[in-house]
Ligand binder design. Structure first.
Ligand SMILES: NC(=O)c1ccc[n+]([C@@H]2O[C@H](COP(=O)([O-])OP(=O)(O)OC[C@H]3O[C@@H](n4cnc5c(N)ncnc54)[C@H](OP(=O)(O)O)[C@@H]3O)[C@@H](O)[C@H]2O)c1
Length: 273
C-alpha cells in the first residue's frame, strides 16, 4: 500500500477507512472487519464517534496483526478544555483493546487551549501511548502559533478537503513544514453533488475510473492522505482503488479549479462545541 513518511519516522498508509457517523455497534464492527479484509490497513476513529469498542473488537477478530494496522483516534474538545489528555487516551485505548494508537490527534483547535494542550500530547507520545501525535482542523495561524511555542512538529493535520474546498494554501503550508495533510470528508461527506460534477464525471470517463476514485486520487496525488468512509464493502474496494489513479497535471489543476471554499463541516475558527 502506498504510504507517506511522517516526520516522526513512522509510515502512514495514504488511504484509510473513516468511521464517523457509524454509531451502531454492529455496523461499525462489520465496517472495520470488511475494510481490513479488502486490504485497508489504516483506520480513523475518534472518542466522539462512540465506536472505539467496535473498532477494537473488529481489529482483534480480523486476524490482522495489530502492528500491521495504523490506528488513529482523537482527543475530544471537553478533554482538551479540562487538560485530561492522559485520562482520555487511556480510556480510548481501553475501549480499543490496545496499548497504543499509531496516531493521536487534537480533534479541533479550541481557542483557549490549542497551543497549551500540546505539552500533554507530547507527554503521551513520550510515554508510548501514541506512536505519533498530530492535530486536526488547524488553520495556518493555529499551526504557526503551535510551531512558535512548542518543540514537536505535529506529524499530521487532518482537515476537511474535497474539490469544492481544495485548501491549497493550507496544504502547501503543511507540506512545507513536514506535516502530512490528511483529508476528511474527501468525497463530500454524502452532502455534496461533487461526485456528479460534470468535470469529475468527464475525467472518470477519460481515465476509466469512478468519480469517487477521481476525487480521492486527486487528493492523494497532491500529497494528502484520504480517509473515505463507507459501510459498504464494494465501495470500500472502489475507494481503495483510488491508489491506482494517475491523473495528468492539467487534469489535477482542473479539479483544483473547482474550489469554491465551500465547507460542509464546521469552521475551525468558530467552533461552538
Ligand atoms: N477530524 C475531523 O474533524 C473529522 C470530521 C469529519 C470526518 N472525519 C473523518 O473523515 C472520515 C471521512 O469523512 P466523512 O465520513 O465525513 O465523509 P466522506 O468519506 O467524504 O463521505 C462519506 C459518504 O460518502 C458515501 N460514499 C463512500 N464511498 C462512496 C463511493 N465510492 N461512491 C459514492 N458514495 C460513497 C458514504 O456512504 P456509505 O457509507 O453508505 O457507502 C457516505 O455517505 C470520517 O469517517 C472520519 O473518520 C474527521
Amino acid at each position: 500500500m502506498k504510504a507517506y513518511k511522517l516526520n516522526s519516522g513512522l509510515s502512514i498508509p495514504s488511504v484509510g477507512i473513516g468511521v464517523f457517523r457509524v454509531e451502531d455497534a454492529a455496523i461499525a464492527y462489520d465496517t472495520v472487519k470488511s475494510a481490513l479484509s479488502v486490504g485497508y490497513r489504516h483506520i480513523d476513529t475518534a472518542m466522539i464517534y462512540g465506536n472505539e469498542e467496535s473498532v477494537g473488537k473488529a481489529i482483534l477478530d480480523s486476524g490482522v496483526p495489530r502492528e500491521e494496522i495504523f490506528l488513529t483516534t482523537k482527543l475530544w474538545n471537553d478533554d482538551q478544555r479540562k487538560g485530561t489528555v492522559e485520562e482520555a487516551i487511556k480510556l480510548s485505548l481501553k475501549k480499543l483493546g490496545t496499548d497504543y494508537v499509531d496516531l493521536y490527534l487534537v480533534h479541533w483547535p479550541v481557542k483557549e487551549t490549542y497551543v497549551t494542550i500540546w505539552k500533554a500530547m507530547e507527554k503521551v507520545y513520550r510515554e508510548g501511548l501514541a506512536k505519533a501525535i498530530g492535530v486536526s482542523n488547524y488553520n495556518i495561524h493555529h499551526l504557526e502559533d503551535l510551531l512558535k511555542e512548542t518543540g514537536t512538529v505535529p506529524v499530521v493535520n487532518q482537515i476537511e478537503c474535497y474539490p469544492y474546498l481544495a485548501q491549497q494554501e493550507l496544504v502547501d503550508y503543511c507540506l512545507s513544514k513536514g506535516i502530512v495533510p490528511e483529508a476528511w470528508g474527501p468525497l463530500g461527506a454524502g452532502k455534496s453533488d461533487v461526485l456528479v460534477n460534470p468535470v469529475i464525471v468527464e475525467l472518470a470517463k477519460k481515465y476509466a475510473k469512478t468519480p469517487a476514485q477521481i476525487v480521492l486520487g486527486w487528493n492523494i496525488q497532491r500529497g494528502l492522505v484520504v480517509i473515505p468512509k463507507s459501510v459498504h464493502r464494494q465501495r470500500q474496494e472502489e475507494n481503495l482503488e483510488a491508489l491506482n489513479v494517475n491523473l495528468g497535471e492539467e487534469d489535477l489543476k482542473k479539479i483544483t479549479a473547482l474550489n469554491k471554499n465551500l465547507r460542509l463541516g464546521s469552521d475551525p475558527d468558530n467552533i461552538t462545541f
